[in-house]
Design a protein. Structure first.
Lengths: 253, 95
């Protein structure tokens, strides 16, 4: 049965099962306390350095997908984005550091931010989904889509998401038991994502965005974020990571 | 208004032409297009493909375009029945 693994103790196969998609996702409960998440979410919602992204009302940070062929602009924006996040997290421990330390402990590998020609990649992105926001079916695949960037050469890429605030209803992450294949590109939507025909009759797993939980999954598995319902936003912090060498992971957004 | 089609690049023909599977056509296009079209590109927004045609090679074009989903803004057809287009990447398949 295709089912999520809730972390109690990592096994030898935890990493390989995530990479192969045998496990839809690893849920790591209580990476941050509820009180810390509540306090951080309040601060996030007060900041006015907020942009927007497809399917999302608000975001803080920059990502490669907005700069596929605008490399110098990406690295300039990454510097600003990283400074914004640093300022936002300056009062307390950085949740990005906590996520990285947790991943390092679970997977028994060193993890550090990705650099290219001494330029740092964007460290993470905060996504704020408000009432009615959803993210259409897609996959994240830097190996294929971001060939201008060094991180496209990193193997076994995974995604890490930390939920900072749960919505009242909705906002689940639905992961499908279907890995991207290059032939799927004919099912692309011009602006973003893929035709829903790709996941007809495909097994799915829904993951609730529980405050303080971190999930790790293979982003080449098709996934989508269900519509958020209610006045309380869904707030998440995320980044990707991949293998620079067998025991060294690099992260970026 | 310029006609626009989208689709995946299936074969590189020369350093300035390729074949594509047309999966999307703009609703307000003046003409309709075949499921498979050959494209002669006059402009392309992918930095790894040199603007100067003499500096390009087929392998380089394949590495950057093969299997990619692209947008083609059509300015006409040439004597080889290829669509003459400005080509750019289109959106993203994910974040």
């Amino acid at each position: 049965m295709w089912t999520t693994q809730i972390l109690r103790e990592a096994t030898n196969s935890t990493y390989t099962d995530l990479v192969s998609g045998k496990t839809p996702a690893l849920i790591v409960p209580n990476v941050l306390s509820s009180s810390f998440c509540i306090s951080l979410s309040r601060k996030i919602l007060k900041t006015n350095l907020i942009g927007f992204n497809l399917g999302i009302s608000k975001k803080i940070g920059t990502s490669l997908s907005s700069h596929i062929y605008k490399k110098s602009e990406y690295f300039s924006n990454a510097l600003l984005s990283n400074q914004t996040l640093k300022n936002l997290f300056s009062d307390n421990v950085s949740p990005i550091d906590v996520m990285q330390q947790t991943i390092s402990k679970i997977l028994q590998k060193k993890i550090s931010p990705a650099f290219e020609n001494e330029m740092i990649y964007s460290l993470a992105m905060i996504r704020i989904h408000e009432h009615g926001d959803s993210v259409h079916l897609h996959r994240d695949n830097s190996n294929f889509e971001m060939s201008e960037y060094g991180i496209s050469n990193l193997k076994n890429q995974l995604s890490a998401i930390l939920y900072l605030q749960s919505p009242h209803h909705g906002g689940e992450l639905t992961i499908y038991d279907k890995m991207w294949d290059k032939n799927d590109e004919r099912m692309r939507h011009p602006e973003f994502g893929y035709s829903l025909d790709l996941i007809k009759n495909v097994t799915q797993k829904k993951i609730l965005p529980v405050t303080g939980n971190m999930i790790i999954f293979n982003p080449k598995l098709y996934h989508q974020v269900e519509s958020v319902i209610g006045l309380k936003s869904r707030i998440s912090l995320g980044f990707f990571f991949g293998e620079k060498s067998k025991n060294h992971l690099c992260s970026w957004t | 208004m310029t006609d626009i089609i989208w689709g995946t690049v299936t074969k590189i023909i020369t350093t300035n032409s390729f074949e594509m599977n047309v999966s999307h056509q703009k609703d307000t296009n003046n003409d309709s297009y075949q499921d498979v079209e050959q494209i002669h590109f006059t402009e392309i927004d992918i930095p790894s493909i040199p603007v100067d045609e003499s500096s390009r090679d087929i392998l380089q074009i394949e590495q950057n375009l093969k299997d990619k989903f692209v947008k083609c803004e059509i300015s006409g057809r040439n004597s080889e029945n290829r669509l003459v287009c400005s080509v750019s990447h289109s959106g993203a398949g994910g974040y």
